[in-house]
Design a protein around this ligand. Structure first.
Ligand code: SF4
Ligand code: SF4
Length: 497
């Protein structure tokens, strides 16, 4: 999209502005006092040094649209709303408490309602946001196609031949994460607590977490069970809607939110646990997004109040059980929607440090966005690539054996960054995989317990779910998620060429 000079002072030409529902609120816009404290935390400003590419600049543009001084469809405005990563780093450092996410997401929604996209783009957006994210059966069917594509050798042939390059699709294909052998399908399964039951929680399975990161979901359930949590995985849950919201489709996002509220609200659980930072941040904001719908406002707020990131929850609960040694030099990459949107930075580090043998080495700019940001690496490949390289360089400077993060997008981007640097042998792992592996090691190779879900749908109330016992022992291997050794598994592979 071409950058045009923004004429903020032409008051004679009529301007299209914000209208209807989901308007960036003037009160939130006016909270910005233009102090500039946020500039050096903003990845796009750090890369470009342009005022319009800063939080302050973007809020000023929103103010200009709101006041009728700038057309909402001016190229400069549209470009800046989408060059922003929605990483929320500005929010975390703003002394005036600017809630930037609550500005940029409605601003994008306003743009999308007025933007005349080409037919093919409208079709792709509808298929993605309403079709695939709207129905996880479709999402899993598509993921199965990708799995066959990856395992049959077709992917290798496509990459070797470079057939996608002339169409500019090779970069996009390179971000396709490796699909799990067995998907994690929410079907009402439950996991019983190991030892005395300390809590009863529900697990949010997600979309990509259930197909490309199924091993992380299983590890999450096992770690929770080992920490005395009875875990239930309600069947009717779906995608959280984060990508819809970030892409300016708040309407379809709301549909997904309502389905999830219905799926979880009848459960008598102490918390709803999520292991993906972007999803967690969105789940915690259902209350805000649905605040103006009387039928849903209170239910959405109650749902959001129960949502906790796995690291936040475990740190609060306190780890129990013996952790085995993982001798490794690791570095931790803060996922933006964990560090900035949820302000969770210390808990993951404390949990990592609790694992014997782990040497945590901090990387420079750990909380500067890696450039993944939902579908940003596909829609804004140039800026995303710059941030990916910057992140890979900072991570590599710590000479890690494993890079840890807590968000699927970051993990894919980090793996791609390593690949683009030609680096092999460094693993990219989720925090809970480390904890899961540590517990496994403590149990010892010959006495490992297999924590398996009870496949019978469980809607038991807390009052009736008080029995706790050692998880079933099962020796038979059933695929990647069951026996994975975090140190030995292949990197969550995406390969960019
Ligand atoms: S730190 Fe906050 S108040 Fe200051 S310029 Fe940035 S957004 Fe505005
Ligand atoms: S959300 Fe991130 S990219 Fe966007 S203005 Fe704030 S700091 Fe910059």
């Amino acid at each position: 999209m071409a950058t045009q000079l923004l004429d903020l002072h032409d008051l004679r030409t009529p301007k299209r502005g914000f209208e209807g529902r989901d308007v960036p609120e003037n009160e939130l816009i006016d909270a910005c006092v233009r102090c500039g404290f946020c500039l050096t935390s903003c990845p796009t400003y750090v890369e470009t040094r342009k005022e319009t590419s800063s939080p302050r600049g973007r809020i000023y543009l929103m103010k200009a649209v709101s006041e009728g001084r700038l057309d909402i469809m001016s190229d400069g405005f549209v470009e800046q709303m989408y060059e922003c990563l929605d990483c929320r780093a500005c929010e975390a450092v703003c002394p005036s408490g600017v809630q930037y996410g609550k500005l940029v997401e409605p601003a994008r929604t306003q743009i999308e309602r007025q933007l005349k996209r080409p037919l093919w783009q409208r079709a792709v957006r509808t298929l993605t946001f309403k079709g695939l994210f709207g129905d996880l059966r479709l999402f899993r069917a598509m993921s199965t196609v990708f799995k066959v594509y990856q395992k049959s050798g077709v992917q290798w042939a496509v990459r070797s031949s470079g057939v996608l390059k002339p169409f500019g699709l090779d970069e996009m294909e390179g971000f396709l994460p490796k699909m799990s052998g067995r998907f994690f399908v929410p079907e009402g399964q439950s996991y019983e607590a190991v030892g005395p039951q300390r809590a009863r929680v529900a697990l949010f399975g997600g979309c990509i977490m259930g197909t490309a990161f199924a091993r992380v979901n299983r590890a999450t359930a096992r770690v929770l069970a080992r920490n005395g949590c009875a875990v239930v995985v309600p069947a009717d849950q779906g995608c959280c809607g984060a990508l819809n919201v970030h892409a300016g489709d708040l309407d379809s996002g709301r549909t997904l939110m309502k389905r999830n509220i219905e799926a979880f609200e009848a459960l008598d659980v102490d918390a709803i646990i999520i292991n993906a930072a972007g999803c967690g941040s969105n789940l915690k904001e259902y209350g805000h997004v649905l605040h103006d719908e009387p039928e849903w406002a209170a239910r959405a707020a109650a749902f959001s109040a129960k949502v906790q990131d796995i690291s936040e929850y475990l740190a609060k609960l306190g780890l129990v059980g013996e952790l085995g040694e993982i001798k490794a030099r690791v570095t931790y990459q803060d996922a933006c929607h964990l560090a900035h949107a949820q302000r969770i930075t210390q808990q993951p580090r404390d949990l990592l440090k609790a694992i014997p043998g782990v040497q945590l080495v901090e990387m420079k700019e750990s909380s500067l966005c890696c450039g993944s940001a939902g579908v940003y690496n596909i829609t804004q490949p140039e800026m995303s690539g710059r941030l990916m390289k910057r992140k890979a360089k900072n991570a590599l400077a710590t000479q890690p054996e494993i890079i840890i993060s807590a968000n699927p997008g970051c993990m894919i981007q980090l793996a791609a960054g390593l690949q683009s640097e030609g680096v092999e042998g460094i693993k990219v792992r989720h925090l809970v995989e480390m904890l899961d592996e540590s517990y496994r090691r403590a149990e010892g190779a010959n006495t490992r317990r297999r924590i398996r879900p009870d496949r019978r749908p469980s809607q038991r109330s807390k009052a009736t779910a008080t029995t706790s016992h050692e998880a079933a022992v099962e020796d038979k291997s059933r695929g990647e998620g069951a026996t994975g050794n975090v140190m030995g598994m292949d990197a969550q592979a995406v390969s960019r060429r």
